[in-house]
Design a protein around this ligand. Structure first.
Ligand code: CA
Ligand code: CA
Length: 353
């Protein structure tokens, strides 16, 4: 055996050792949280984070949540409003009160990322029973988030965000307080099982970005980079062509969900609306079903996106990177829009039956 052969064997041996070490390191890095996997608990414990103002699908999502609560599949721990538009908290409280849950804690952001124009919010707040009456009387969203998480069992909470990510950003950057000595990141890591977010458009958004992301792009980038638990992204493309609301007239005339849809549509007969927020809620409670599949990967925002020289990209622009080891995923529609719409409409009607 020549000297060069021995050297070659030594080098191969060394490379093998390095390869094994790299593999172990890779496993170690992934082991902390693991690749995306969501199995809903029998009763999913939800914090609902919503911009219940400009669009009405937030109202539909809350109606569906009350349907899941009735059937024992979900529990509403708290709700927070991401836009302080004057009547967000009382509007949420009025709907919860109608469904027999007047004491669900409700917080509100100090910020107002959207333009605050709502066709139903003030009307619902002023014409349906609630004891908040104005956003000025509501606790802060971060306080409500922190108190609720501190009281929850470890790894039990599912956060459903169907508006901009400013509340989540504030939560992650919060410091220890009277509710918990943990900072926001550690508190979420300990208590949150999954965060389902309606936001972004995949595999790539329009230059200006999807609406919820564009309202608070820095928050979106921060959340995507720093959220210490699993995220499921429900992009714009998933809910856009699922049209719901056609059976809203089957709800009682005294139901604020029905009235919100009527106000939003100017009492248009047979009105339907895209179901972004409703599908996000359905996933949070049901997980993957036969109409959608999960794709593991990472939502990229801000400095993480790769922009071609000829490409226009605003602050809210996003891309997608598929990665089967990612702790995050996005929801992919399998194209059963009409069936999903029927299921969601049925859920809305069942919320009070
Ligand atoms: Ca109340
Ligand atoms: Ca929304």
């Amino acid at each position: 055996m020549g000297a060069s052969n021995v050297n070659r064997k030594r080098i191969i041996g060394l490379l093998a050792v390095v390869a094994v070490l790299l593999l172990l390191l890779g496993i170690g890095l992934h082991k902390e949280l693991g690749a995306y996997k969501y199995t809903p608990d029998k009763t999913v414990k939800i914090i609902f984070d919503t911009d219940m103002d400009t669009d009405v699908d937030d109202v539909g999502a809350l109606a569906i949540l009350h349907s899941y609560i009735r059937s024992g599949n979900a529990e509403l721990l708290a709700a927070v409003g991401s836009c302080n538009t004057g009547y967000t908290a009382p509007c949420i409280d009025a709907i919860n009160t109608y469904y027999g849950m007047p004491d669900v804690p409700i917080g509100i952001s100090p910020d107002c990322p959207d333009n605050g124009v709502s066709k139903y919010q003030k009307y619902i707040a002023e014409n349906f029973a609630n004891d908040i009456l104005s956003d000025q009387n509501a606790d802060s969203a971060v306080n409500v988030y922190r108190r609720c998480l501190a009281n929850a069992d470890n790894g039990s909470v599912v956060i459903v965000v169907v508006g901009p990510l400013n509340n989540l950003y504030d939560l992650l950057r919060s410091q220890g307080d009277a509710y918990s000595s943990l900072n926001g990141i550690d508190l979420v890591k300990k208590k949150v099982k999954l965060c389902v977010i309606m936001g972004g458009q995949f595999p790539e958004s329009q230059p200006q970005g999807e609406y919820n992301i564009g309202l608070a792009p820095e928050a979106a980038a921060y959340v995507s980079q720093n959220f210490p638990s699993h995220i499921m992204w429900c992009g714009y493309e998933v809910g856009e062509s699922v049209m719901t609301g056609s059976r809203i007239g089957e709800l009682n005339e005294s139901n604020p969900v029905r009235v919100a849809y009527e106000q939003y549509s100017d009492h248009q007969e047979g009105f339907t609306r895209s179901s972004w927020d409703l599908i996000t809620m359905m996933y949070a409670v049901e997980g993957e079903n036969r109409y959608f599949r999960e794709m593991k990967g990472q939502a990229l925002f801000g400095s993480d996106v790769t922009v071609r020289p000829d490409q226009e990209a605003g602050a809210g622009y996003n891309q997608w990177e598929t990665d089967r080891f990612s702790k995050d995923a996005r929801l992919v529609s399998l194209g059963y829009d009409d069936i999903v719409a029927e299921l969601l409409d049925q859920k809305m009607v069942e919320s009070e039956q």
